[in-house]
Design a protein around this ligand. Structure first.
Ligand SMILES: Nc1ncnc2c1ncn2[C@@H]1O[C@H](COP(=O)(O)OP(=O)(O)OP(=O)(O)O)[C@@H](O)[C@H]1O
Ligand SMILES: [Mg+2]
Length: 454
């Protein structure tokens, strides 16, 4: 039975909280002054402390460090007056775990207390991954201990030494762009790296973006403009989502690759290009060729060297290192201080299917960082992102028959959506979907959706 120490000079609050906590099965000791609180904390260290901000003999904030020390680092929940933001911030800085506003909402109190006790339990276990506080974060750092990633690093080293065209394949969020940047930084770091997303803009615009245009080439072309190929000079041009390129532009790109020259839209001059070409796609280009959606000859030109990024679910051993790496990045970006991740939380993360791969992991951790207090990443903050499954982003109108998802794809996406909405609650998921439990089990298995506890 955990014991809670209440330090508050307001008798009605002491009584209210004692009664409530005893009902919940906690042992309670209470003190009306700071001095009394110190004595009780030392005499029999509690699991958590509830501390009023204003006490007759001291300010609660000043007591925090000493009180925690005497109580064996028990977490402290402050009770603060409403709207007292400044003192609240001071209290958190002084080491309080959390604060509860007066009048006390007992439900909020319970949530905060349970969280505090959970952190304490996990801290005691000492079995957590810890993030080094001063580790520098480099943008191009790419981590992975799995055999597949180790092999990939070797391949990257090999291709970085050459100027060969590289095709990078992998599901959404597996790190294709990152790999492209790494290849670039190891081969032509001082030169430009020009990225362009082939699916983000309409065809005519994309053409002039890629190849440039001359003055007056079309309405609105008031000035001549160099294309990305020219801007990349002797650096790298990164053609992202190349699988989405229209037939028309596929033909034009092929010519560029064959002749190493571009012609601006509306121009006659042939401009030689020196840029190294890196392309990425989350489609299976081989399949696209088979289905006559991608030119075979262009595919052959692009795939001189092909690097394939494995989906995250196939390399759970990379999860701990990725978590550590991403937390360094997230801490810096959000000015947070998440330093510890309990082993059991890591294990849960390793079991997730990660349809959105590393990007999804990053999103989940970012959200957790925003929600977390203190330096421990708690499981309750790991909300699954409601991201559609791994099928590549297909441009919406006009939808051609090939672009329509199969019934299975739609079903999987919907099951996954409800599943994450209910946070993996099977009963509620069945209710919403209107199916029986065995049917749900079958579908979860079929679509590789795993329960946290399995
Ligand atoms: N091995 C890794 N080590 C460190 N960070 C990684 C790794 N793989 C991916 N990331 C990070 O995950 C995020 C997604 O990576 P990136 O944008 O390169 O993926 P992508 O394959 O291009 O995705 P999409 O197909 O959706 O464009 C980035 O923030 C990237 O830095
Ligand atoms: Mg990308």
């Amino acid at each position: 039975m955990d014991r809670i120490l209440i330090v508050d000079d307001d008798r009605s609050i002491r009584e209210l909280l004692s009664m409530h906590l005893e009902e919940r099965g906690f042992g309670v000791v209470s003190a009306a002054t700071g001095a009394e609180g110190f004595r009780l904390a030392e005499e029999n260290p509690p699991a958590a402390i509830v501390l009023d901000m204003r006490l007759p003999d001291a300010s609660g904030i000043d007591l925090i460090p000493e009180l925690k020390k005497r109580a064996g680092e028990a977490p402290v929940l402050m009770i603060t007056a409403h709207h007292d933001m400044a003192t609240t911030i001071l209290a958190m800085k002084a080491g309080a775990f959390d604060y509860i506003h007066k009048p006390i909402d007992i439900q909020a109190f319970d949530v905060a207390l349970d969280r505090a006790l959970e952190v304490r339990r996990l801290s005691k276990g000492a079995d957590y991954l810890s993030v080094e506080p001063n580790r520098p974060f480099k943008m191009d750092d790419i981590v992975g201990t799995s055999a597949a990633m180790q092999q990939l690093f070797k391949d990257v080293g090999r291709v970085a030494a050459s100027r060969a065209t590289v095709l990078i394949q992998g599901e959404s969020g597996t790190g294709k762009e990152l790999i492209a940047r790494v290849i670039h930084s190891y081969s032509a770091a001082q030169k430009p790296f020009i990225a362009i997303n082939c699916s983000a803009i309409v065809d005519t615009l994309l053409e002039s973006e890629l190849f440039g245009h001359e003055k007056g080439a079309f309405t609105g072309a008031v000035q001549a403009k160099p294309g990305k190929f020219e801007l990349a000079e002797d650096g790298s041009i990164f053609l992202d989502e190349i699988g989405e390129l229209s037939q028309n532009l596929q033909a034009k790109l092929l010519r560029v690759l064959q002749e190493r020259e571009v012609e601006r839209v509306g121009g006659v001059r042939r401009i030689p290009i020196k840029a190294r070409i890196l392309a990425a796609t989350n489609r299976d280009l081989h399949e696209e060729v088979e289905a006559d959606r991608f030119r075979e000859d262009l595919y052959q030109r692009l795939k001189v060297v092909t690097l394939s990024l494995p989906p995250l679910r196939d390399r759970p051993e990379d999860v701990p290192l990725l978590v550590e790496h991403l937390l360094v990045k997230i801490n810096q970006r959000l000015h947070k201080n998440l330093r510890r991740v309990p082993r059991e939380v890591i294990e849960k993360l390793q079991r997730r299917p990660w349809p959105g791969n590393v990007r999804e992991l990053e999103n989940v951790l970012t959200r957790a960082a925003v929600l977390s207090q203190g330096d421990m990443l708690l499981e309750e903050y790991l909300v699954e992102t409601q991201r559609p499954v791994s099928s590549p982003v297909r441009p919406l109108p006009p939808a051609t028959p090939e672009q329509m998802p199969t019934l299975d794809e739609v079903e999987r996406e919907h099951v996954l959506r409800v599943w994450s909405l209910t946070k993996g609650h099977k009963g509620r998921t069945c209710q919403i979907l209107g199916i029986s439990r065995p049917t749900l089990e079958r579908k979860l298995k079929k679509y590789g959706i795993y329960a946290e506890s399995e």
